[in-house]
Design a protein around this ligand. Structure first.
Ligand code: NAP
Length: 404
């Protein structure tokens, strides 16, 4: 084994949209940034790959073999406009690359285990059409509060119109919003990603617009008061205001298009955005009688904090099977989406085993483990084996998880 060489993790500055996803995902603080670039600290990165799947553009997934004694420094990387040409590794040394390096190279080029491909019948998405250096300009045509006036959460449905600029999107994709101005250290605000809440043919059919579901952030994860930069910027927008938009992003969290395909959708709070897009897509095509079931598990604190509660209640029962889970109803026990999944075990087991059913999870990070545990319990009760089923679901593009 040649210990002189190592695989260095790099971020492509030409593709990176500076959305901060990698820095906030890295469990050991190996990613950092300045006003120009996001970079990886060679001395810290342990190639755990946690940052690879969430990156919307794939800019994060670059690896070069370097001499361990002379890796690219942080200053090198902060100065780049594009990735350097890989340094030629001496032939003898290259033939003796450490096993660990080979394993990482293979993992990097094959994609990270556990990240799903798109459903086989999904439409081809457009990605990375607009970068922060040349964003699309959209105009606000709607900004409605979705939650009741007395609800603690201010969740808004915001409609952005692209006018004559082509900005094609599919349900499940995200777009990036570039808040104007810079932070307290003078760095431009990083791009914030939001899932599209409208179907591919527009919030209003035939219009070149998209809708977003945005919650005004007023406290941080520890409950301390903080004004979320992008969410407050978006929630305060007035009709006619111009917004800089980048993207679209996402090539796997997409819905199937084939007749009789079913959707199992599990979300909390504003994680409902992609579920609304997919449901609305199916609702608009209902007259075509393409079949397939829609099963929705939707968690919120209370009924009046559940975005889209009213419209959801109006949908016919034979079109969508809706299961709400409320966690903060006075004098009621806390109920989470995973509790509802267990209650509906027979239906969930049938759909888990159905090759034409595609499963989407979106919302709080904490729900992910809870939902997986509920699936495992459902499987035990219905003679299915979750671990092998999960691998099959991922391999077939049938399980899609987006949590923050
Ligand atoms: P929230 O109101 O804080 O929570 C929604 C519900 O989830 C509450 O009932 C909450 O219960 C429950 N919950 C908390 N922990 C849970 C767990 N471990 N398992 C299951 N349920 C749990 O939600 P939010 O503020 O809207 O946040 C939604 C998340 O979606 C955010 O992380 C956001 O980043 C993400 N997201 C948003 C978009 C978008 O486009 N806007 C897109 C994708 C994802 P408690 O009463 O216990 O708190």
């Amino acid at each position: 084994m040649n210990a002189d060489y190592a695989l260095q993790h790099l971020i492509d500055p030409e593709v990176c949209i500076r959305c901060n996803t990698c820095e906030s995902t890295c469990p050991i603080g190996a990613v950092t940034h300045d006003a120009r670039n996001y970079v990886v600290d060679f001395a810290r990165c342990n190639a755990c790959n946690a940052c690879i799947p969430p990156c919307p553009t794939g800019a994060i997934d670059h690896w070069q073999t370097v001499r361990r004694s002379t890796p690219y420094t942080l200053d090198d990387q902060l100065g780049w406009d594009s990735l350097p040409t890989p340094v030629e590794v001496e032939t003898a040394a290259a033939a003796d690359i450490p096993d660990e390096v080979r394993r990482l190279t293979a993992a990097a080029s094959a994609g990270v285990a556990g990240s799903a491909s798109a459903p086989w019948s999904a439409a081809s998405p457009c990605v990375n059409l607009f970068a922060p250096s040349d964003p699309a300009i959209a105009r606000v045509t709607g900004n409605y509060r979705l939650t009741a006036g007395d609800a603690s959460a201010d969740i808004r449905h915001i409609v952005l119109d692209f006018g004559s600029t082509a900005f094609p999107v599919l349900e499940g994709q995200s777009i990036g919003i570039v808040p104007p101005g810079s932070d307290e250290s003078g760095r431009p605000h990083y791009v914030r990603l939001y899932s599209i809440a409208s179907p591919r043919d527009g919030e209003r059919p035939g219009y070149n617009n998209v809708a977003l579901t945005v919650k005004r952030v007023g406290v941080d994860h520890d409950g301390r008061p903080v004004a979320g930069t992008a969410s407050n910027y978006l929630c305060n927008l007035a009709i006619g205001d111009e917004v800089q938009v980048v993207g679209p992003y996402g090539a796997s969290y997409l819905m199937p298009n084939h007749p009789r395909s079913s959707l199992m959708m599990i979300c909390t709070g504003t994680g409902s955005a992609p579920m609304r897009a997919m449901t609305e897509r199916r609702r608009r095509r209902r007259a075509l009688n393409e079949g397939g079931e829609l099963l929705l598990f939707f968690g919120a604190r209370v009924e009046h904090e559940l975005p889209y509660f009213g419209p959801l209640m109006k949908l016919p029962k034979d079109f969508i099977d809706v299961n709400f889970a409320y966690s903060r109803v006075p004098r009621q026990p806390k109920v989470y989406v995973q509790d509802r999944i267990r209650e509906r075990a027979a239906t969930v087991a049938r759909l888990l085993a159905d090759d034409d059913c595609y499963i989407y999870v979106c919302g709080l990070k904490g729900m992910e483990a809870g939902v997986i545990d509920a699936f495992r319990d459902v499987c035990v009760a219905h003679r299915l084996e979750w671990d092998s089923l999960q691998s099959t679901l991922v391999a077939k593009g049938r399980l899609h998880i987006e949590t923050y």
